[in-house]
Design a protein around this ligand. Structure first.
Ligand code: TXA
Ligand code: MG
Length: 358
């Protein structure tokens, strides 16, 4: 893997409600000159480069230590830019644009020839979305080019939901970080493949499946992670790609809600008896069950508030790493609404370490 050039990373503080045009212009000029700028979107922070500049895009892979086989999402400011990114755009895309753009929905479409091959991992499709965050919009408009931007974390780390997370992962590797506060959703966009009929959800995210079904009753799923429940036993490690992972080993407990808490409690005690430092991610309702254990506990939110659980998830994984835990125990939550994206991220973080409680 190519090594990044050590550089000074400048942090620009911008209030999303009162945009500082001078700072936006500075960051946009950096993008135009082939530099790297991390910026907030409504989902998570992105690490941006001019999507039409192959060498600039290459720097993203190097800075993140991301394999070149993992394609990037291209961000646009307005609908007229869709035609410079993709071709053969179906009518359905425009209907979805009406309903969900700007917002956390990414389309996979046939790629335009002028998008360099490294953006799309040398495939003939491209992922594209129009973000709604005021800073992302202003940066895209000022740069006046589509911006390729994966999540602004180092490869296989949890996505960054604050500028501090970006700084910890990428300081010295990128030109600018725009600090616009904590991202609103905290989970990445929904990736929808429109090159297949019916369309296929490749990654659940900020736009829910329920909302998409209103437009496409026949929309399909093709995430290995989501089909796990169909498997009879826990899959072998390695079957699920490692992603969104904290440094600590994460175990995901699934199954009977009551017995699962008992099992989690016992497992925590066993690890502690082995001299391990244990972290738990809990719903607020779980508090009494774990009060007597000296574990590092983080409460994600009320059980039913999947929006809040999603908002807190990545920051909580990073926080448990900061506290130096060896293992993290977490249980599943409901899978409707944003809960499906939460489930997907937990499965990936667990990397096959699933404990099923009957
Ligand atoms: O919310 C988001 O989507 C954030 C913000 C910054 O926009 N971005 C993000 O990017 O999460 P990244 O690179 O972490 O995830 C992009 C996802 C990956 O799962 C990638 O495999 C998929 O989109 N993807 C990109 N291009 C694709 C393509 N041509 N075909 C299929 N999947 C694609
Ligand atoms: Mg990512």
């Amino acid at each position: 893997m190519e090594k990044y050039l050590k550089m000074n990373t400048h942090v620009l503080h911008i209030n999303p409600l009162q945009l500082d045009i001078e700072k936006i212009t500075l960051a946009a000029a950096c993008i135009q000159q082939g530099g790297l700028v991390a910026f907030p979107t409504e989902t998570v922070y992105g690490l941006g480069a001019n999507a039409l500049d192959e060498a600039a895009v290459q720097k993203i892979f190097v800075a993140k230590e991301r394999p070149s086989t993992d394609p990037l999402i291209v961000h646009i400011a307005e609908l007229s830019q869709l035609d410079i990114v993709a071709i053969n755009i179906p009518m359905l895309a425009y209907q979805l644009v009406e309903a969900f753009w700007p917002g956390p929905l990414t389309f996979v479409l046939p790629k335009h020839a002028q998008i360099p091959p490294n953006v799309c991992a040398h495939q003939d499709t491209v992922a594209v979305r129009m973000p709604s965050h005021p800073i992302a919009k202003a940066l895209l408009t000022a740069a006046n080019v589509p911006i390729a931007a994966p999540s602004a974390n180092r490869f296989s780390r949890p996505s960054a939901t604050t500028a501090q997370h970006v700084f910890l992962d990428l300081d010295g590797r990128i030109d600018f970080i725009i600090d616009g506060g904590t991202t609103e959703i905290g989970l990445e966009s929904t990736v929808l493949d429109l090159t297949q009929t019916p369309p296929v959800i490749l990654r659940p995210g900020g736009v829910t499946v329920e909302a998409l079904r209103n437009f496409m009753p026949d929309v399909q799923f093709k995430s290995v992670h989501l089909r796990l429940e169909d498997t009879p036993a826990a899959p072998s490690p390695g079957m699920l790609s490692k992603h969104y992972s904290p440094s600590a080993s994460l175990y995901l407990f699934i199954g009977h809600p009551e017995r699962l808490l008992t099992q989690m409690h016992e497992t925590a005690q066993q690890w502690m008896a082995d001299g391990k430092k244990v972290g738990v991610l809990l719903a607020e309702e779980d508090a009494p069950r774990f009060a007597s254990l000296s574990v590092e506990a983080i409460f994600l939110g009320r059980q039913a508030n999947l929006q809040q659980i999603g908002y807190n998830l990545f920051a909580a994984l990073r926080e448990l790493d900061n506290r130096g835990v060896d293992v993290i125990l977490v249980h599943e939550f409901e899978r409707d609404g944003l809960g499906l994206a939460v489930w997907d991220r937990l499965l990936r973080a667990a990397d096959g370490q699933i404990i099923r409680v009957e």
